[in-house]
Design a protein around this ligand. Structure first.
Ligand SMILES: Nc1ncnc2c1ncn2[C@@H]1O[C@H](COP(=O)(O)OP(=O)(O)OP(=O)(O)O)[C@@H](O)[C@H]1O
Length: 354
């Protein structure tokens, strides 16, 4: 087995806020392999940004070890390389952010050239490279434009070109699609996937949007209160989520949340229960809801349904209101579980009230 390209071991990060101590990251170990697109999801404040900022020591851990590509950056409470060495190693780790962070008073090509200022290439070669990078992200024809003349999606492409200037092996994307509309979001995610395939780029994708992770990630970690509460291959976590929060995230696609918001769910009757059902390819072609009625006589009305392809396999998600007395509802849940459906009772309205 090869060593992980990113190896975070027992990372802790605490901040002092006045007299308070905020434990932003608690005992997190995370291994990311070369070529992964590793999604890290969690609500705001979960500690995602703080954790990934330890990868390039933009955030020094309070405790723990950071090893990148075999180089120990940090252990025993200390940075293990000189600032100069660290600066050099950091060029192997590109970063993109929600707000693009472009230099607005310079053109697109100059923004990319700026990232090449430490390169050993001569001026002509730098310019050639900058144009190649813009071509890679589909923006060669806008090289002379200024950032304000570009759409959000195009600006993010410029920041990706800039992040790739020093041929990094790792790209950290910190909520890079959060400010974009769905179409631009998908285009940027597809670009990241193309770069992953074409360049072998390892991508760490921090997001609060499950849709983003589902579209491109092969692995996923879910963070809550500074800890990773669940992790694994995307499909496994999706189909067999172990934690309540993960179940919510798995079902919490934007489309589902939007649809559910339209229902007055605070007023479910005493004999009604809202369930999220997730099921894999074997069940996709069966109508599990009809089976439930035929076999147990329990009615389930469907509020939202979707089938999507995850890692090449169809996966279905349904939100249904099941109606019946407590025994009937319980036997309905058992019936569904016996049919390999992952059932989550949705009591916590956080998923669509946020
Ligand atoms: N420099 C800092 N000083 C003090 N507290 C901080 C600092 N940076 C982060 N925190 C706190 O650490 C916790 C985790 O923050 P972090 O930004 O890592 O979360 P997140 O999951 O990335 O959320 P978001 O998406 O909102 O950034 C929060 O409680 C935050 O207020």
């Amino acid at each position: 087995m090869t060593n992980p390209i990113i190896d975070l071991h027992d990372i802790n990060v605490t901040f002092k806020q006045g007299k308070e101590i905020v434990h932003a990251v608690k005992d997190v170990s995370l291994e990311i392999d070369q070529g992964d697109i590793y999604g890290i999801v969690g609500y705001s404040g979960a500690g995602k940004s703080t954790l990934v900022r330890t990868i390039n020591l933009l955030q020094k851990p309070t405790a723990g070890a950071v090893t990148i590509n075999g180089d120990v950056f940090f252990k025993d409470h200390q940075q293990q390389l000189s600032n100069k060495e660290l600066q050099k190693k950091r060029r192997n780790i590109g970063m993109i952010f929600q707000h693009f962070n472009l230099l607005n008073e310079t053109s697109v090509i100059e923004n990319v050239l700026f990232a090449l200022k430490h390169s050993e290439l001569d001026d002509d070669a730098q310019e050639k490279k900058a144009y190649e990078l813009l071509e890679l992200v589909g923006l060669k024809d806008k090289a002379e434009f200024y950032p304000v003349q570009l759409s959000g999606g195009e600006q993010q492409r410029v920041s990706i070109a800039r992040a790739l200037a020093n041929d990094p092996e790792i790209l950290i994307s910190d909520e890079a699609t959060s400010a974009l509309d769905p179409q631009n979001t998908n285009q940027i995610l597809d670009l990241l996937q193309k770069l992953n395939k074409q360049l072998g780029l390892t991508v760490v994708l921090i997001t609060h949007e499950m849709d983003a992770v589902k579209r491109v990630a092969n692995k996923i970690a879910v963070m809550e209160h500074g800890q990773i509460i669940e992790r694994g291959p995307l499909q496994k976590v999706f189909l067999q989520p172990q934690q309540e929060l993960t179940r919510q995230f798995v079902g919490g696609s934007l489309a589902a949340v939007d649809t559910l918001r339209a229902f007055d769910l605070d007023h479910l009757a005493a004999d009604e229960e809202l369930l999220q059902l997730v099921y894999n390819g074997n069940n996709v072609t069966k109508s599990i809801i009809i089976e439930l009625y035929k076999q147990l006589g329990v009615e389930a009305s469907m509020l939202y349904g979707n089938i999507e392809i995850l890692g090449g396999q169809p996966v279905g998600t349904l939100f249904v209101v099941v109606k019946g007395n407590q025994d009937q509802r319980q036997s309905a849940i058992k019936f569904l579980q016996d049919n390999s459906v992952t059932v989550t009772k949705i009591d916590d309205r956080r998923i669509w009230n946020e």
